[in-house]
Every structure is written in C-alpha cells, then in structure tokens.
Design a binder for this molecule. Structure first.
Ligand code: Z5A
Length: 206
C-alpha cells in the first residue's frame, strides 16, 4: 500500500480556511485519491473535548503552558487514531490547521520559545510532517472583520489586535523558513482568484 500524503491548511482568523476546505478536497479528488478531512485541535472524541476547553472563554484562565500541552495532547490523539491510520491505508489527509498554527499562536501569539515547541513536536510527531501546507494570508483587519460577523467570539478570537499581528508575522516567518513546503496565497482577493491559486498549487503538487 502506498502511503498517502499529508496536506495542511493554515492562516489567521477569517482568512477562509473553512470556506476553502471543501474546494481543496474536490481538487484532490479529481486525481482519484481518497481524502480524509479533519481539523485541529480536534479530530477524535478526546481531541474535540480538548478543543471545547481551549475555545471556551469562561471559567478558569488557561496558562500559556497548559494551552500548549493541551494542544499537543489533542495532536497526539489525532495522529494516533486518525492521521497515521489514514495515511497508512493510502488516504490523503487534509487537515484544517496543524503544528504551524502552534508556532504561530503559542510561539508568536503567546511568546512561548520555539525550542519548547520543537521539543514537543519531536516527541508527539516523531517523523510526521506535512508534505504540503497552504497558508492563506490577509491583513488582520480584513480577517477579523470577516470573523466578527459571527455571533460569538471564542477565547482566541477575543484576543487583542497585537496578538493577531504576532500570529500573522509568525506564520509569515514559517513560510519564509520552509518555502518548499509552505505555499502562500493572498486571501484578501476575491474567492474565485484564491481558488484559482489553490487549484494551481494542487496541480503542481501532483
Ligand atoms: N489553535 C492554536 O492556538 N494552536 C494550534 O496549534 C492550533 C489551533 C491547531 C481553532 O479555531 C483555534 O485554535 C484557532 C487557533 C487555535 N483560533 N482561532 N480563532 P478554528 O480552527 O476554528 O480557526 P478560526 O481561525 O477561528 O477559523 P475561522 O475564524 O472560521 O476562519 P476561517 O475558517 O479561516 O474563515 P472562514 O470561516 O472560511 O471565512 C470567514 C468569512 O469570510 C466567511 O463569511 C466567508 O464567507 C468569508 N470569506 C472567506 N474567503 C473570502 C474571500 N476571499 N473574500 C471574501 N470573503 C471571504
């Protein structure tokens, strides 16, 4: 059995990840691959419970370190029960956010040092890395304006502007560090142009 490929979709608030996931899945399916669609934090029963705790803004404040560990605890479950079994049986895994989000949110946004994240990444993921990452990037005021149209803002969405600026800069830093893997798309263009670029990236990848 040929192992599947692992593709991740990244970006800050409101850049269009959810909007474009189904489109990317349909592009992949044109090449006759079976796609497993999943997300982080989440993807298993326990990981989805951790997601709820992470997004809930009421109750006890979550420390930066606890947040980081909860994200990697969810990721460990997700890799063991969803990602690795799907890749092993030849499926292509399309995941809404993965470890680049940890470098952006916990590294950039919360100021946790990179070495701690790298250490957990090695522990939890071993050799697993995305084969392709698509980063949707837009000025934060555009993404936030889109996200704020929703009724309830979660714990991350309720952060201050500086947090989102640091998240964005950390994503751009990751993209500059790994240009072979991370493909950047300007997400402040009309959706049809974003999707043209997405289709081209998938075609080139194949
Ligand atoms: N998190 C973390 O801290 N560390 C980690 O390691 C991981 C995650 C893995 C999960 O939330 C939270 O977990 C996340 C970081 C943290 N924090 N936040 N916030 P999520 O996965 O649900 O992510 P999200 O950023 O909240 O998703 P979002 O706000 O729904 O954004 P989106 O999915 O990128 O956007 P969308 O829902 O597709 O689009 C928003 C609106 O814009 C919608 O009305 C669209 O119709 C519209 N849209 C989209 N594209 C366009 C274009 N091109 N033009 C015009 N309008 C558009």
């Amino acid at each position: 059995m040929i192992r599947g490929k692992f593709i991740t979709l990244e970006g800050g608030e409101g850049v269009g990840k959810t909007t474009n996931l189904a489109f990317i899945k349909s592009c992949l399916e044109q090449y006759k691959v079976t796609v497993t669609l999943t997300r982080e934090p989440g993807g298993t029963e326990l990981a989805e419970k951790l997601r709820q705790l992470l997004l809930n803004k009421d109750g006890e404040a979550i420390s930066e370190q606890a947040e980081l560990l909860m994200i990697f605890a969810a990721r460990a479950q997700h890799i063991k029960h969803v990602i690795e079994p799907a890749l092993a049986k030849g499926n292509w895994v399309l995941c809404d956010r993965f470890t680049d989000a940890t470098y952006a949110y916990q590294g950039g946004g919360r100021n946790i040092n990179r070495c701690s994240i790298e250490w957990l990444e090695n522990l939890v993921q071993k050799k697993l890395k995305p084969d392709l990452t698509i980063l949707l990037d837009a000025p934060i005021e555009i993404g936030l304006a889109r996200a704020k149209k929703r009724a309830n803002l979660d714990r991350f969405e309720s952060e201050k502007t500086i947090f989102f600026e640091q998240v964005r800069q950390s994503y751009l830093f990751q993209a500059a560090q790994y240009p072979e893997r991370i493909k950047l798309i300007k997400a402040d263009q009309p959706l049809t142009l974003v999707q043209n670029e997405l289709a081209e990236i998938i075609e080139t990848f194949f």
